[in-house]
Design a protein. Structure first.
Length: 461
């Protein structure tokens, strides 16, 4: 079945065409139809099977763009996953002028509160920060129609469960969809309490397209083993998982000595640095990314050649999510796990064969120098003809989004459909102009509410 048969909004169809998406994956075919019809859903399928688009399309299809307050909320366990989901929403909804907003920690609370005071259609966030805004009255839930729990089994673990329950205490008569590659009894009990006659939508859950192997060795041999594997495999892109922030930093520093294009992600790094590293890896500007389990769930990297578990993950479920960063969307993937001798009994729980090999030399990684395989950024194609402009006036001068729309429509040649997302801040504003008409706005927009303004291209940081 292809996406055209869904009869989605023309703006969504246009975005899917640009992204080269024609035929649905099985889980998408099941989920999209069920959600558009209004059913609550429990969605399970293997990593990389297209689950994010399965719920994003129904969410966008049902939005009322004219409404001010959020109509959909997507809850994620990590900031990295929040950012990725937002990118999918903004890409597919680019011609709908959808305003989405990420809410997570280590970002200024005040700026998030200001953004929530303006028009916003979709919220993507982590449980703690979402709950903070609900409790302080910044996040209005009266228009909320859909709530998605992405990586539901992780969200309903003891770390987040109470917060999720509190969040649902603010919701009234919402459609709910819980999504993950792995499920547990907690998800079932939560669904029984909060979901209305949910449809269980399950497609193949095993990563049989991923070649899996492991090696048993002494802790002191692990670095030699890693170097040997990288030499033998010569992956175009490789994600290395470590169990702690300290170990992640140590492996990163050791690889960086070889002048390899490498970076790392762990909780002690600034969020902006984590996002920058992930984006660079995603588009092929880095060859190796070293990470803790913050990168184990939901992160979609096109054509990821190899996943290496430098440390054995704590549970088989985490293992499933880690290796699922490779072999996505039915591509062939590869995962190699290093196991300490002391973990010999534990390793029987994990679904990969273990062989014994001893490394005696570190080897030479000089062949990795500055070798990258750049990947196309489809978001650039989606945003052809769309330009973001800076306006030198904001709330301090009593400028509202409606004032900006009125001033823009007064410019000859600018129609309502040429105006995209508007963000009004304290001292400045930003607006997206579609259809290659940004030059027209910069040339003729000189005042808003009779107040002089400066208009220029927004600087991307």
């Amino acid at each position: 079945m292809n996406f055209k048969e869904l009869h989605l909004r023309k703006e969504i169809e246009k975005a899917l065409d640009t992204m080269g998406m024609v035929t649905m994956f099985p889980i998408q075919q099941k989920t999209i139809s069920a959600m558009i019809k209004g059913h609550d859903c429990i969605v399970q399928s293997k990593t990389g099977s297209g689950k994010t688009l399965s719920y994003v399309l129904p969410v966008l299809q049902k939005l009322d763009i004219s409404q001010k307050y959020p109509q959909a909320m997507i809850v994620c366990p990590t900031r990295e996953l929040c950012v990725q989901v937002k990118q999918v929403i903004d890409s597919v909804g680019v011609d709908l002028s959808v305003k989405s907003l990420c809410l997570f920690g280590k970002q200024p609370f005040r700026f998030q509160r200001e953004d929530l005071g303006q028009r916003c259609h979709v919220i993507i966030g982590t449980p703690g920060r979402i709950l903070d805004h609900l409790e302080q009255g910044n996040l209005h839930s009266e228009n909320m129609k859909t709530v998605i729990l992405d990586e539901a089994d992780r969200l309903l673990h003891k770390d987040f469960y109470e917060k999720i329950e509190e969040i649902f205490g603010y919701m009234t008569d919402v459609q709910c969809c819980v999504v993950s590659a792995t499920m547990n009894e907690t998800v079932d009990s939560f669904a029984e309490k909060h979901l209305k006659s949910p449809q269980r939508l399950t497609v193949e859950t095993k990563n049989e397209q991923i070649e899996q192997s492991g090696y048993m060795l002494a802790e002191t041999d692990k670095w030699k083993a890693l170097v040997s594997i990288l030499e033998q495999e010569k992956p175009d892109s490789c994600l290395i998982f470590c169990e702690t922030k300290q170990k992640t930093e140590e492996v990163y520093q050791s690889l960086a000595k070889y002048d390899i294009l490498v970076d790392r992600i762990h909780a002690d790094r600034l969020q902006s640095d984590r996002i920058e590293a992930l984006e660079a890896f995603k588009y092929g500007k880095l060859r190796i990314l070293v990470a803790t389990d913050v990168a184990a769930r939901g992160i979609d990297i096109e054509r990821l050649s190899l996943v290496i578990n430098y440390d054995l993950p704590e549970t088989p479920i985490i293992y499933t999510h880690r290796i699922g960063r490779s072999g996505r969307q039915n591509c062939i993937g590869k995962a190699i796990t290093l196991v300490r001798y002391s973990q010999k009994e534990k390793v029987g729980q994990y679904p990969f064969p273990v062989s014994i090999k001893k490394w005696t030399e570190e080897g030479d990684l000089s062949a990795f120098k500055n070798v990258v395989s750049l990947k196309k950024n489809i978001e650039n194609d989606l945003r052809i003809g769309i330009h973001k402009l800076y306006i030198s006036a904001g709330k301090k001068k009593k400028i509202r989004a409606g004032d900006i729309v009125g001033a823009l429509c007064a410019v000859e040649g600018i129609e309502l459909e040429d105006i995209g997302v508007i963000q009004v801040q304290e001292h400045q504003s930003f607006v997206e102009i579609h259809n290659n008409k940004a030059d027209l706005v910069m040339k003729y927009l000189k005042t808003i509410k009779k107040k002089p303004v400066r208009v220029e291209p927004a600087v991307t940081r």
